[in-house]
Design a protein around this ligand. Structure first.
Ligand code: SF4
Ligand code: SF4
Length: 508
């Protein structure tokens, strides 16, 4: 633990913090190198004519995305969003208020794209895009996890996440990209996953996992790789293959498939559910990453595509895969049409692993023994992108109910965290949206404050000792920040980790 970084104290009352201007002004994630930038087709370094190019790019985005233009014009500065961001709550920096973050962009928009801003800039809060402003964009648009919590409270539905994505897209286009996100995207293009885990290493890992599970429970649970003709292609975050506690959920998925008798496979070509193309707001990168899944599905001839526990991956799969790839209806290029005729449409395409597991539990195809988790008092952390960017099942709010239903089937003791911190109002873990990097550790610790406060409350009142979630980033972030708040890092785990403990694989 870095000695100089400390968690902020819990608030006595969960109200807006005292404002500390400039508190996070120096916080900046590492800038991408030439090599990382150029691998994605972006300029290697800040280009000489960055000002004109940035304004031109902004103009393009305003034309392309009507929502972006509406968000630039619609804000009435009512302040309803100002205390809703976990980074403002944790840091007190007023530029981390959602409305102030938006205004970093809006002030430049006014100067260059509105008549009053051109002629009376001072009167309407318009300002030129100077180098100082560009640096401020880089700092504060990489202090937004694109969690969309603020948009829930905005009477006009203004989505700060979309403004952040536009800002990052502009920054990349002038050669001012973020090392963490862009390096990861490069690894997916080159190797197939965020971690740069090559096919042979993945094969070894899965083989080792089969042995470990056999030793632990005496059953031959398979973790197949690149099996042609399997019914299900599982696309899961690469952290599931080796990180703790992620791997325990992978074991859970394997046991579910085993107990239900469903043939499945992982793909070495699409060994990553995560799609950081969304975080940098770049459609081409988003599509290129998603197309690896289509290519793998076509090559393996699978009938179903199931997505593992990953928040933003499920948002991309649920909301965008149809038009990006033809998984679901939407795209109409020849490969999309081929894939649509290959997939079995009596199942949802794509399907979340929680939807699959809950359906099997409801139909009594698999049985869980909840007493296997009696040592736990469980709570559930809703992940932002699942909560505010997707759904599950075929009813409103399924993304909240289905994971909870699974937990209640797998464990006898479940309690909710406080209202206002769960479901659509859930707080980000503090590490989403491309911020899960150690160069932003201070921000991540501060940003997790509201979630840690809510967790502390159920620990004190109900002795909660397991916080389940369905997101690889949440798991990694909490594992890192929990000790700063005095918790054991093993408090966090996956929903399918509980399933893994409870599932009946043979006789009871
Ligand atoms: S999207 Fe989330 S991180 Fe970004 S400003 Fe809104 S609340 Fe803060
Ligand atoms: S809640 Fe909406 S309208 Fe009000 S200040 Fe925030 S973004 Fe602007």
């Amino acid at each position: 633990m870095a000695a100089e970084i400390k968690a902020p104290a819990y608030r006595v009352f969960p109200i807006a913090p005292a404002v500390q201007p400039g508190a996070m002004a120096e916080t900046k994630s590492f800038v991408a190198s030439d090599k990382i930038q150029e691998a994605l087709g972006f300029p290697g370094q800040l280009v000489e004519d960055w000002h004109d190019r940035a304004i031109a790019k902004m103009g393009d985005l305003l034309e392309k995305y009507r929502s972006f233009k509406v968000f630039m014009d619609a804000c009435v500065h009512c302040g309803a969003c100002s205390d809703k961001c976990h980074y403002f709550i944790g840091s007190g920096d007023p530029k981390n208020m959602p409305v102030a973050r938006q205004d970093l962009m809006r002030s430049v928009y006014r100067r260059h794209f509105t008549l009053p801003g051109k002629y009376f800039p001072k009167l309407v809060g318009a300002r030129d895009l100077t180098r100082e402003v560009l640096d401020e964009w880089y700092s504060y648009f990489y202090q937004c996890s694109e969690c969309r919590r603020c948009s829930v409270f905005c009477p006009y539905g203004i989505d700060t996440a979309e403004i952040t994505m536009a800002a990052r897209e502009i920054l990349d286009s002038v050669g001012y990209g973020q090392k963490y996100s862009n390096e990861i995207i490069g690894k997916v293009h080159k190797i197939g996953n965020n971690l740069g885990l090559p096919g042979p290493a993945l094969a070894d890992t899965l083989e080792g996992l089969e042995e470990d599970v056999k030793d632990a429970c005496g059953v031959d649970v398979r973790f197949p790789l690149d099996v042609k003709g399997a019914e299900v292609l599982l696309v899961t975050p690469s952290a599931d293959f080796f990180a703790e506690p992620h791997i325990d959920s992978l074991i859970g998925y394997g046991k579910v498939f085993h107990a239900a008798g469903i043939s499945w496979t992982v793909s070495s070509m699409a060994s990553e559910a995560g799609n950081f193309g969304m975080f940098i707001g770049n459609y081409e990168q988003l599509r290129k990453i998603a197309l690896r899944v289509r290519e793998a599905a076509l090559e393996l001839g699978v009938k179903r595509i199931v997505v593992g526990e990953c928040g933003h991956a499920w948002r991309v799969a649920y909301s965008f895969w149809n038009t990006l790839t033809g998984i679901g209806a939407g795209a109409d290029d020849p490969y999309a049409i081929q894939l649509q005729s290959q997939l079995d449409h009596s199942y949802k395409q794509p399907m979340h692993i929680c939807e699959l597991t809950w359906d099997l539990i409801e139909r009594k195809v698999i049985t869980l023994d909840p007493e296997a988790n009696d040592k736990y008092v469980v709570t559930f952390h809703d992940s932002c992108n699942v909560a505010r960017g997707s759904n599950m099942g075929d009813f409103f709010g399924g993304q909240f109910e289905i994971p909870r239903n699974i937990i209640k089937a797998a464990a006898n003791h479940f309690v909710e965290m406080a209202d206002g911190t769960t479901r659509e109002q859930t707080f980000c873990c503090g590490g989403g949206g491309g911020l899960l990097t150690d160069d932003l550790l201070d921000l991540r610790i501060k940003g997790s404050l509201p979630r840690m406060e809510a967790l502390q409350q159920v620990v004190d009142e109900h002795k909660v000792n397991f916080m389940a979630c369905i997101c690889a980033i949440c798991k990694a972030q909490f594992t890192k920040v929990l000790p700063y708040y005095g918790f054991d890092r093993r408090v966090v785990g996956g929903v399918h980790q509980l399933v893994s403990n409870a599932i009946r694989l043979g006789d009871k």
